[in-house]
Design a protein around this ligand. Structure first.
Ligand code: NAD
Length: 284
């Protein structure tokens, strides 16, 4: 049976450090603040927001949620983002995606100030992740994967690392972040021929496809580190990952569970980015 890589343990350890940083800021009369903007209502976004609000309050970050009507026109939405950009009390802005059809992400991403863009929507931050430049904000989910690897002392240097999924939210930026740490990367997607052959070569396998339990035992190398980013629901309505945990945990060396894996770390990374943004904006 594989060793469990527990997201909760990683999040708790990071949370303690962040609480200390917030205390230091509070002593200087500064309270970090996050604004989450959502247009309309989606069950998955609501669950994410609930987790983020809870985590921020545990750490001492002020968190405001701007719930906007689902038929809001793009110009009005841009006005809201500009107000938040200009509001000195707001250190971080997170826009929940996907946005409804009448609002184009390709317009909005140029509006959000890179210095407040704590989940990497702005092309400035995306470009920093892609080029390996320090100082921007990487997207929270790939950062959570990296945090888990670091916490458990798993060094990607020189390792054959396969990522299933090439979205801009997870797979693609994660590939660049792992490359920066000298992993040898393969990125798989829906057009990959013989996925099992590719994934079986990996010493580190990361599943971010959004397909319930698609990674089976025969797709995993004996002793591999398996990180499951997927959040899906099985035929019984229970949350599960992209990895068939019961099968794969028999061959993997280490594995993240779902729930309790990557998802448990993501909101703490968001909190870290808000604190970092706050410090930079206050010249600290
Ligand atoms: P997406 O749908 O945007 O992208 C999925 C990617 O997987 C695509 O690049 C696609 O080519 C690839 N893919 C899909 N089916 C495949 C298959 N059968 N074989 C090979 N490749 C395949 O999804 P996303 O936004 O990147 O999210 C991926 C998963 O991660 C989802 O389950 C999502 O819920 C989850 N997620 C988790 C967190 C977290 O905090 N844990 C955050 C964001 C997303």
């Amino acid at each position: 049976m594989a060793t469990l890589l527990k997201g909760k343990e990683v999040a708790e350890s990071l949370k303690q450090k962040l609480k200390e940083e917030v205390e230091m800021l509070c002593q200087k009369g500064i309270t970090p603040s996050l604004s989450i903007v959502i247009v309309g209502d989606r069950a998955d976004s609501a669950a994410y927001i609930k987790g983020a609000v809870k985590r921020c309050s545990e750490i001492g970050i002020e968190c405001n949620v701007r719930e906007l009507p689902k038929d809001l026109v793009q110009d009005k939405f841009v006005d809201v983002i500009r107000q938040l950009n200009d509001d000195e009390k707001v250190n971080g802005i997170m826009i929940m995606r996907p946005l409804p059809g009448q609002i184009s992400e390709n317009v909005v991403k140029y509006e959000i100030f890179p210095a407040k863009d704590v989940d990497c929507m702005s092309p400035v931050n995306i470009s920093k992740v892609m080029s390996g430049e320090e100082g921007g904000f990487a997207p929270c989910t790939p950062s959570a994967v990296m945090e888990i690897l670091h916490h458990y002392g798993i060094d990607p240097k020189g390792k054959r690392t396969t990522i299933i999924g090439r979205s801009m939210v997870v797979g693609r930026p994660l590939a660049m972040m792992l490359l920066k740490e000298n992993a040898t990367i393969t990125v798989c997607h829906t057009k990959t021929l013989n996925l099992a052959e590719e994934s079986r070569r990996a010493e580190i396998l990361i599943a971010a496809a959004g397909k319930a339990k698609m990674v089976k035992r025969n797709m995993v190398k004996e002793g591999a580190v398996v990180i499951d980013v997927g959040i899906n629901f099985d035929e019984n309505g229970r949350m599960c990952g992209d990895v068939d945990f019961d099968e794969v945990s028999q061959v993997a060396g280490m594995i993240t569970p779902v729930p309790g894996g990557v998802g448990a770390v993501t909101s703490t990374i968001l909190a870290k980015h808000v604190i970092d943004a706050c410090k930079i904006q206050n010249g600290l």
